[in-house]
Design a binder for this molecule. Structure first.
Ligand code: ADP
Ligand code: ZN
Length: 436
């Protein structure tokens, strides 16, 4: 089923006209209300009147996550505070999170987009949808929540964690649709097996909506086989709106981008050159009708390929291939963004450890485990087990405070970690795709 036939199957020509109108509106809005971006335009002698066709998009300067940080918390908003009705923030990459705001129009648009996503995934008003995304500043949970409500599905806002209870409710309520990160979905299956729950007999799951972190096709197969449901992918990020930017249809040949609200491009990360459709590059999006937080050429750092060939489902919107990685080194651990530099600065602030460290990421029980090895500096600690233990505890707490997740911290003897003598040092060893 198609939620908004008029928009989702719009002929490309009409869609392009709508996009141009939205682009001009957005550029004018930003010029008038977002000083930092106006300054970027002025610096290259660009004015809103120079944007007359969609081809002019490439003249506009990029926005990056740094722009959000520099304008923390509200300076990139294009509306006065009284027009905001919701504020979210992303999990926080450095010290300060990325803050995003919504007007009533923005929230309504987001909800409509989510209604599309869940509908194209196959959810209907008959479904009972259990939301395992953590409710809070994170956009994911609220996006799916309101989208489900809009189509008339019954949303169960269980939030994250509490796996045994999740399973109990899933059985008792007869949950049919599951919202989770892909790795949590696998863990649910494993825990069910441990508890002796025969999923085919006792659960009624039939469709899963997974996203917020990268996951492979192999993972999809595994989820489908263990949870006995159809696993669908959907994508988004808080800077743009949250989830709702793109999602899979019943053809499973990429995620349709809500092109009537977001203009996609792929660029060469190094040069910033716009790539042809079909070429792999960094995704860049421009919002077309967002009021509170218009974004122009926002560089996502996510790597994908655009595909505008016709889709058998009838939707005309361009599709994007599953995200294959990120241009930077950001690690997503159980859906939380972690930068190696955060770990480094946290460790280096503790006297008695470092500066040599190593980050290992592996998967245990289908969940990501972050292990940090760091050298302690005082050799005499080798004979003082209590002190060593205290130091480990201090470092672990500090990492938890900075990252918001538990880290498996191991203090290792001085001079045991590898030193790099040439070129860049490799500190991150991501072993999540190694066989378990
Ligand atoms: P958070 O909501 O985790 O604080 P952000 O909005 O900062 O999130 O996270 C958005 C990022 O999450 C995207 O840029 C992308 O890297 C990743 N992401 C979201 N959904 C998917 C998906 N379906 N596949 C791959 N990566 C995804
Ligand atoms: Zn389709």
């Amino acid at each position: 089923m198609i939620w908004n036939k008029e928009r989702e199957t719009m002929p490309r020509k009409a869609l392009r006209e709508l996009q141009l109108e939205g682009l001009k509106w957005t550029v004018n809005r930003v010029w008038d209300h977002v000083p930092y971006y106006r300054a970027k335009m002025e610096a290259i002698g660009l004015k809103p009147k120079h944007i007359v066709s969609l081809d002019d998009l490439s003249k506009l300067p990029f926005m990056t996550k740094q722009d959000f940080r520099d304008n923390y918390p509200f300076n990139n908003f294009a509306v006065p505070k009284e027009q905001l009705i919701r504020i979210h923030a992303s999990s926080g990459t450095t010290g300060k999170p990325t803050v995003v705001g919504y007007t009533r129009h923005d929230l309504d648009m987001w909800t409509e987009l989510m209604a599309r996503i869940v509908t194209q995934a196959g959810v209907t008003s008959d479904d009972i949808a259990q939301n395992c995304f953590t409710y809070g500043l994170f956009t994911g949970s609220f996006g799916l929540h309101y989208g489900m409500e809009r189509i008339g599905a019954a949303i169960v806002p269980v939030s994250g964690g509490n796996t045994d209870k999740q399973l109990m409710l899933m059985e008792d309520f007869g949950t049919t649709a599951l919202i989770a990160t892909p790795f949590y979905a696998l863990y649910l299956a494993e825990r069910a097996a441990e508890l002796g729950i025969d999923i085919t007999k006792r659960l009624k799951l039939r469709v899963g909506l997974f996203g917020s972190e990268p996951w492979t096709e192999e993972m999809r197969t595994q989820i489908e086989q263990t949870l006995h449901l159809t696993a669908t992918d959907n994508y988004g990020m808080s800077e743009l709106i949250g989830p709702g930017v793109s999602g899979e249809c019943e053809c499973f040949c990429g995620m349709h981008i809500a092109e009537d609200h977001f203009l996609p491009e792929t660029i060469d990360t190094e040069t910033g050159e716009v790539l042809n459709v079909g070429e792999q590059g960094e995704l860049v999006f421009t919002s077309l009708d967002k009021e509170a937080l218009p974004v122009i050429r926002y560089r996502t750092k996510d790597i994908s390929v655009l595909d505008d060939t016709p889709c058998a489902c009838g939707r005309t919107h361009t599709r994007m291939r599953k995200i294959s990685g990120r241009t930077d080194d950001m690690l997503i651990i159980r859906g939380i963004n972690v930068f190696p530099s955060q770990i480094e600065s946290a460790l280096l602030g503790i006297s008695g450890v470092g500066p040599y460290y190593q980050i290992n990421i592996y998967r245990k029980n289908y969940l990501d485990e972050l292990e940090v090895l760091v050298e302690f500096t005082d050799e005499t600690l080798l004979d003082n087990f209590k002190k060593l233990d205290e130091l480990t505890q201090t470092a672990r707490e500090r990492l938890y405070n900075v990252l918001g997740i538990n880290v498996k911290l191991r203090l290792v003897e001085p001079h045991t970690l590898e030193r790099t003598t040439q070129g860049k040092s490799k500190k991150v060893f991501d072993k999540r795709n190694d066989p378990q």
